[in-house]
Write a protein that binds this ligand. Structure first.
Ligand code: BGC
Length: 442
């Protein structure tokens, strides 16, 4: 039974892996696509962020179509879109074609970013749900690392190297598509479609004979109350503060600059005069550090709490970015210290804001408003991500590295102040206890 649940979670987390891969693969290609398509810095920002506009649309699409056609079918659609995007962007001859292909990939990322964790949560027995949902962030980080690594291996394959880098994604996309045939539809969705017998069959396999009938009842109850929920309820006086916290946390996760490094690291290294393949090797160090410290966070998050982790991480990120900024101001960017500060910054992010923001936004909302509240927070996350991605190359060019990283350091500090004052600790309490506490306390 447990093996079955793990299989389901791993299959769903492949969506997270593709999310990570697709968002990071671009970093290894930009030094090649910029001259190929003749892009200015602003043009590059738009090209890189075209995927993110697709993401925003994808989250909305998944919210509705996931309810209508099922989580599993929509994840299959995402897998097909990942495949089409890989083949399309790899074979693009014109900028317009390239951007459309990346937009389609973005749609897939948006769908996966909502449906993979939701599908896991809906299929996992309650007692494993937390750790199984965290598996998704781990998969995102692994996807990023795989992208960096395959970019590094492919950089020497000649003038079409960037095409091969993008095409690699077709393989996990095919794997996701076919492995989805091995897993069942979410019992929660089945109940919503009045297929209670089917739902019970799935629950018997995931939760066992003892708990399955009770769980079926609980699902029916939750679903009943969720059917009555509406987006406008998120604005009620009790829930509004939680919505703001969810949105602000999600936005801070992005505007503290993580994806300036994740998407543009080779560009930063190239801008301080390093060769393309050395720059890509350093990018692998970034992905590896991200993976190790995500595992560290997973072991600490229930012991130290989300809030303490975020505070500690934000303080570290502030210091690392300030150090990076000083190096740029002093024009001391040729040595190893740029890499040291970047790796330090990544470690602090991965051990804190990386997983913790997803965990807190999932815990913050009452049961019946969770999916609606989370979808608004996640759309805000993608919008913030798009804004940072578009502005970063322009900031680097117009403001210099020193000022750019100083601004991000100040934002990390602002996050620290905000979290210490307004974000509640959510560790160790049941969601129902939190529900009571948060709507009364705030
Ligand atoms: C963020 C992504 C980021 C990744 C890096 C995730 O939690 O949402 O934007 O690229 O972490 O590990």
């Amino acid at each position: 039974m447990k093996g079955y649940v793990i299989l389901i979670s791993v299959v769903a987390a492949l969506g997270g892996l593709l999310f990570g891969f697709d968002t990071a693969v671009i970093s290894g290609t930009i030094n090649f696509i910029q001259p190929y398509f003749g892009l200015s810095e602003a043009g590059l920002g738009w090209t890189v962020s075209s995927l993110l506009f697709g993401c925003i649309a994808g989250v909305f699409l998944a919210g509705n179509a996931g309810d209508r056609f099922g989580r599993k079918k929509m994840l299959m659609v995402a897998a097909m879109l990942f495949f089409v995007s890989a083949a399309g962007s790899a074979s693009a001859q014109t900028l317009a074609f390239f951007i459309v292909a990346r937009l389609l990939g973005g749609l897939a990322v948006g769908i996966a970013s909502i449906l993979s964790p939701m599908y896991i949560a809906e299929l996992a027995p309650a007692k494993y749900r937390g750790s199984l949902v965290s598996l998704n962030q781990l998969a995102i980080v692994i996807g990023i690392l795989v992208a960096f690594f395959s970019n590094y291996l492919l950089v020497g394959t000649g003038q079409n190297n960037w095409r091969w880098m993008l095409l690699v994604m077709a393989a996990p996309a095919i794997l996701l598509f076919f492995s989805l045939f091995l897993v069942p539809e979410s019992p929660r969705w089945l109940v919503a479609r009045h297929q209670n017998d089917e739902a019970l069959k799935v629950l018997l396999k995931t939760s066992g004979e003892l708990s399955a009938p009770t769980e079926l009842k609980e699902i029916q109850q939750t679903l009943q109350s969720q059917e009555e929920s509406s987006y406008s309820e998120l604005l009620s006086p009790k829930i509004r503060p939680l919505l703001f916290i969810g949105i602000i946390l999600a936005v801070f996760q992005q505007i503290t600059g993580i994806n300036t490094i994740m998407y543009y690291a080779p560009k930063i290294f190239a801008s301080v005069g390093q060769s393309s393949d050395l720059a890509l090797l350093q990018t692998i160090a970034i992905g590896g550090t991200n993976l190790i410290f995500t595992l560290v966070a997973m072991t600490l998050i229930d012991r130290f709490g989300r809030k303490r982790l975020i505070l500690f991480g934000s303080a570290g990120m502030t210091l690392m970015l300030a150090g990076l900024s000083v190096l740029f101001f002093l024009k001391q960017t040729s040595g190893i210290m740029v890499l040291v500060f970047i790796l330090g910054y990544i470690s602090f992010f991965a051990a804190s804001l990386g997983p913790a923001v997803w965990v807190v936004t999932a815990e913050l909302f009452p049961n019946r408003l969770r999916s609606k509240g989370m979808s608004i927070a996640i759309v805000s996350l993608w919008i913030a991500c798009a804004i940072v991605t578009i502005s970063f190359p322009i900031m680097l060019e117009k403001l210099s590295g020193g000022i750019t990283f100083l601004i991000f350091a100040l934002i990390c500090f602002a996050n620290l102040i905000y979290v210490s004052r307004y974000v509640p600790e959510t560790k160790g309490k049941t969601l129902e206890a939190l529900e009571k506490e948060l709507s009364g306390e705030i």
